[in-house]
Design a protein around this ligand. Sequence first.
Ligand code: GSH
Length: 234
Amino acid sequence: MAASQANLIPVTSVEHFQATLSSDLTRTSLINFWAPWAAPCAQMNAVVAELAKKHPTLLVLNVEAEEQADIAESFDIEAVPSFVVLRGHTLLARIAGADAPALTQAVAKHLAPPPAPAAAPAKTTAPTNETPEELEKRMRGLMNQRRVVLFMKGTPDEPRCGFSRKISGLLRDHSVDFAHFDILSDEDVRQGLKKLNDWPTFPQLIVNGELVGGLDIVQEMVENGEFDAVMKGE
Ligand SMILES: N[C@@H](CCC(=O)N[C@@H](CS)C(=O)NCC(=O)O)C(=O)O
């Protein structure tokens, strides 16, 4: 992604990132975590470029999340696009997903003096009155909605994590008929499935209502020839 603005900088290394941030600790910065394969990132990169143009005092750092994995990890970035607003090294706001109005608002709010006290906003969880039993029943329903179900970040057309992108691509390449569920849309299911299936990460691939595994397991199954038999029940 080319930088067309002096205040819009593609980050090339951890050292570059730290040096650029540290050059003025009073400045408000917007960090844009993106990936070249994610369509929502292309839209948001355009929004970010507009924000850089509109606010010349804002420092905008574009970080390609998988290429600069150390930086992404240090901000606990779990999916792209994700954004962090900082003043110096102080975290002012996090925005997950392609939410242009929220991003625009956060930038406007934190550019305006006086600086708000540092606060990491809580992740959004849909309010729910579900009991643990009801949640388990709902999760089991989701796991059994089709023979093969993929719990992933984003959707097969718009994945929001490299692992989810690879596994959904692999299922499509092998013509597997599968349903999917975006766990970023439901924090209760996201945390609940980790416990129910005793598996700490996503993607989670379910066949006949049972966890088969994540990307590594499925890739192994392709390599050792078990994949088609398990996925298609051959
Ligand atoms: N090696 C794992 C990689 C999956 C992974 O590390 N996923 C992380 C990042 S996308 C995750 O789901 N973390 C827990 C979470 O975000 O709730 C696999 O084979 O699937």
